[in-house]
Design a protein around this ligand. Structure first.
Ligand code: CO8
Length: 162
């Protein structure tokens, strides 16, 4: 099965309503952040909590930037993908148009972090989102804001081999 077929497989299942507390399905098996079959991936597991999505995550040596510290791009990857799970609550596909990350403190490898994301405003096709990453029961280490734009499923045809 191609990655595109994997993305579209169960599309209706992905965008059906998900109960509060439910674990949300990965975008597709090889997704860099949430795909269970991607050996380089973050294997993010995400749950719905009310109108938010939540995850806990431990960055490891595959995500290293400075020694012992997560690469800023890896942190951004996790935020971007977490925003992608909010689409299961808003009910349709959208893609990142703008992503901004504020790095408050180094994200330390081997440490468990709590992440939460929410939609703050919608305006036509525009979805404005915010997220934060905190030490367990502790202070914020990073936050992010994003603009996603709703797209038709044909958007993803652009990834098909030519
Ligand atoms: C199934 C889901 C998986 C989710 C995985 C996790 C998320 C991802 O990693 S997605 C991958 C990364 N993102 C991408 O590849 C997207 C690449 N970009 C594109 O394809 C296009 O630019 C796309 C589709 C986003 C937008 O294109 P297009 O439809 O032409 O929109 P565009 O005309 O630029 O903008 C639409 C509206 O947004 C507004 N807008 C655009 N950029 C901004 C901005 N930075 N700030 C505020 N408004 C903006 C525009 O002004 C316009 O407003 P209006 O309709 O009121 O005039």
């Amino acid at each position: 099965m191609s990655s595109m077929e994997e993305l579209l497989a169960g599309w209706n299942e992905k965008f059906r309503p998900h109960a509060d507390g439910a674990q949300l399905p990965p975008h597709h098996p090889h997704c860099l952040a949430c795909g269970p079959d991607n050996p380089h991936g973050h294997h993010l597991t995400v749950h719905r909590r009310g109108e938010e999505v939540h995850a806990t995550h431990v960055f490891d040596e595959r995500h290293v930037g400075a020694p012992g510290i997560a690469h800023g791009g890896a942190v951004a990857t996790v935020f971007d993908d977490l925003f992608g799970f909010l689409l299961y609550l808003t009910g349709g596909p959208a893609v990142t148009r703008k992503l901004e990350v504020l790095y408050d403190s180094p994200v330390i490898l081997g440490t468990t972090y709590d992440l939460a994301a929410r939609v703050t405003r919608t305006e036509g096709r525009k979805l404005f989102m915010e997220a934060d990453m905190k030490q367990l029961g502790g202070s914020r280490v990073a936050s992010a804001s994003a603009l996603f734009l709703s797209v038709d499923v044909t958007h993803f045809n652009q990834g098909m081999p030519r």
